[in-house]
Design a protein around this ligand. Sequence first.
Ligand SMILES: *[C@@H]1O[C@H](CO)[C@@H](O)[C@H](O)[C@H]1NC(C)=O
Ligand SMILES: *[C@@H]1O[C@H](CO)[C@@H](O)[C@H](O)[C@H]1NC(C)=O
Length: 365
Amino acid sequence: MYIKIVCISFMLIFLQHMARLIYLMGYHKSVYNHTPGPCHQIPGVEHGSEDMETLPDGTTFITAGLVWSVSSSHFKQLYKDQGRKGRILLFNFNTPEKGVTELAISEDFDQSTFHPHGISVIQNEDTGKITLFVVNHCPEEDRIEKFEFNKEKMMLEHKMSYIDEAINLANDVAATSENSFYFTNYCYFRSPLSFLFEVYLLFPWGSVVYFDGTNYAEVADSMIMPNGIYLSRDRKYVYVAAGLADSINIFEREANNNLELVQDFFLHASADNILIEPKTGNLLTAIHPILHETAAHLEAPDLHRAPTKVLMIHMKNSSYANDITELYSDEGNNISAGSVASIYDNKMLIGSVQDKLLYCEVRTL
Ligand SMILES: *[C@@H]1O[C@H](CO)[C@@H](O)[C@H](O)[C@H]1NC(C)=O
Ligand SMILES: *[C@@H]1O[C@H](CO)[C@@H](O)[C@H](O)[C@H]1NC(C)=O
C-alpha cells in the first residue's frame, strides 16, 4: 500500500512536470505575420546580431557571431564550416542605407576566441567617452570584456577582461559605471548535455550578479534562465527578462546595489533582450513565442527556423509596467529567433540570436 502511494505520487509529479513543459514549449501556439511598416534585411548580417545598444545620436553597437559552451555539437561544427566569427558591428540610424560596418579591435585582443553575446554601452556625459561591456564566451570560461570606442579610427580598444568564478554562464550585462555592472548568469551547467538536463527539469539555478568594481555579489537568485538585463533611464530600476518564468522582473536598486523585486510582469512568453524606447521610456523586448521551434533553430539553424515577436511594454513610470503592444510578428521566414529590438526616431532594428538583422519603419506607434 505504502509503495503504491509513493509510485502514484511520483507519477503525478512526473505528469505535472510534463504538462508544464509541453505548455512552456508552446506546442499549442501559432504565430501570424505583421510588420509596423516596410521592413528589409540589412545586408552582410547572416550569422547573428544577438544584442545591441543605441546611443542618443543613433549610433548602434551590435554583437554578432554567438556560440557558447552549451551550443549543440551540430551548431559548433556549422559555426566552423560557415566561417562564422565574433564581431561587433556598427549601425547608424541616421544613415541606414550604409548598413553595418565591422569594427576593428586592437591587436592585443585575441579575436579568434571572441564569441560576443550581451552588450551594454555607456557614454560619459562630460567627456563623451564611449565604453562597451560585452559578454564573451571564451572556450575556457565566460568573461566580460571592456572596450573603448575610438571614433576617429573606427575601432575598439580593449581595456580589460573581467574574469571570475562568479561569471559562470553569462548572458547579458548592464553597466552602471565605467567599472561596475550587473549581469545575468543564465544557467549553472556549462556543457550541452547537463545544460539540457537543467533546462528540461526547469531548475531555477540562474541568477543576477553585481560587480561593484572590487567584489562580485549575487543580488537575485532562483531564476529559470534569466536573459536580458537593462537599467531604467534614471538608473534606479533594473529590468530582467525572467526567462522561462515568462515574465519581466522589475527590481528596485537598493543603496548597496542589492535588488528588491517590485513587479513581476507576466508576458505569456519567454523574453530575450530588453531595451528602452528613448522617447517614452517604454521597454522593447523580442520574445520567442514558440520555444520548441526556437530550441530546434538554435540547435540546427540550417534545418529549422523559429518565429519572433517584438513587444513594446508600456510603462506607467519606470517601476510599473501596465500594457503591451505587439509591434512585429514573424513566423520565421524573414527573421529567425529574433532576440533584440531597438527603436530610434520611429525606425526599428531587429536582431537575432544567430540569423539576420532587419530594419523596419514603425508607422503604428
Ligand atoms: C518578409 O520579407 C518580404 C520580402 O522582403 C516582404 O515583402 C514581407 O513584407 C516581409 N514580411 C514580414 C512579415 O516581415
Ligand atoms: C508607479 O506607478 C505605480 C502604479 O500606479 C505606483 O504604485 C508607484 O507608486 C509608482 N511609482 C513611482 C515611483 O511613482
